[in-house]
Design a protein around this ligand. Structure first.
Ligand code: SF4
Length: 332
């Protein structure tokens, strides 16, 4: 499927939207189209002071995994791509220039934390083809005294255990694997094209056996869907047996751009929850506050305790991936 047929010239578009419209076609498979994107910079400054990192690196734009709750969908809107499906079906691989990347890094204060994969999955299928994430990581092996983190829902992350180990010789390198549930059928509904939970548990095992401290993010916790103690404990138990030491989870943040994908899924698969979600997440910031997230935090704490897991790695723990500020009402 060609989503941008004859899209050049891109009359009327400016900046990143123009670069996206003019991007060279790399490859198109049955559902997904890949393009190469020139980027002025690979490293972006984070303006939100609540985030536990100051800079982000996103090797791709868009994400084929297509999680129904994904808050990164807005990044395609910067390119005037407002059809919510395009975030999953039109993937941009950023052009990597090692020399330019090193010049960018040289301008970043050494104490500033840098997170990889905050608005895309760095190990989505495109990575097998274009290897942008691997190239970035290899460039990071020459860095000294920095704090990096990387997060993924893909078991492909374990491929890079060697390079994480090399980076970690001279820097802090936190490797994070997201596992929302161990229920394969539920994962397929919530994260239709992401690797199955058991593959992710296996990747935790491979990373841990390479000597890396692996943080497992059981996020997002979706009210009345995967928020039971039993569900959290099942993930904690599986990853503990796989060798993980760190476990954390945050309540669902449903940004406006994600609602367009989330509510149709809810109506189809969880119609009995639609009214409650519309009341709590239908408008506003997309955060919950009050008793519900407090209850989840306590539940997560007790699960950690039961399975001998801890909350965060030493040094630069990105234990709050999304700051839970200005949250709205709660689920009873
Ligand atoms: S893996 Fe992450 S970036 Fe990709 S769709 Fe899911 S939540 Fe979004």
């Amino acid at each position: 499927m060609v989503l941008f047929p004859e899209c050049k010239p891109s009359a009327g578009l400016v900046g990143i939207a123009r670069m996206a419209a003019e991007a060279d076609l790399l490859e198109a498979k049955r559902r997904v189209e890949y393009r190469e994107l020139e980027s002025k910079s690979l490293v972006s400054r984070v303006s939100n002071p609540w985030m536990p990192f100051r800079w982000t690196i996103n090797p791709y734009r868009g994400c084929e995994f297509g999680c129904k709750y994904c808050y990164a969908r807005y990044t395609h809107e910067f390119m005037e791509l407002r059809d919510t499906d395009q975030f999953e079906t039109l993937i941009f691989a950023k052009h990597f220039d090692a020399a330019a990347f090193r010049r960018e890094l040289a301008r970043i204060p050494r104490e500033d934390k840098i997170a990889i994969g905050t608005a895309t999955d760095p190990y989505q299928p495109a990575e097998r083809r274009y290897g942008v994430t691997r190239q970035i990581l290899e460039a990071l092996t020459t860095e000294r005294g920095r704090a990096f983190s990387i997060i993924s829902k893909s078991d492909l992350i374990a491929r890079d255990a060697d390079v994480f180990t090399e980076i970690a010789r001279y820097n802090t390198m936190h490797v994070m694997q997201t596992i929302t549930t161990v229920d394969t059928a539920l994962a397929r509904i919530l994260e239709p094209s992401a690797p199955r939970p058991e593959l992710r548990v296996e990747s935790v095992r491979r990373l841990a056996s390479a000597g890396l401290g692996v943080v497992v993010m059981n996020s997002p916790v979706l009210p009345l869907i995967n928020d039971s103690r039993q569900s959290l404990a099942a993930v904690a138990s599986a990853v503990r047996q796989a060798g993980a030491s760190y476990f954390t989870a945050q309540t669902l943040f449903l940004k406006e751009c994600a609602r367009k994908a989330f509510f149709p899924m809810l109506e189809a698969k969880f119609p009995h929850l639609v009214r409650k979600y519309r009341e709590r997440y239908g408008t506003g910031s997309g955060y919950l506050k009050g008793a519900y997230p407090e209850m989840i935090a306590e539940r997560v704490r007790s699960v950690r305790e039961e399975f001998g897991l801890t909350r965060k790695l030493q040094d630069a723990p990105p234990d709050v991936w999304i700051a839970e500020v200005d949250q709205l009402s709660l689920f009873g």
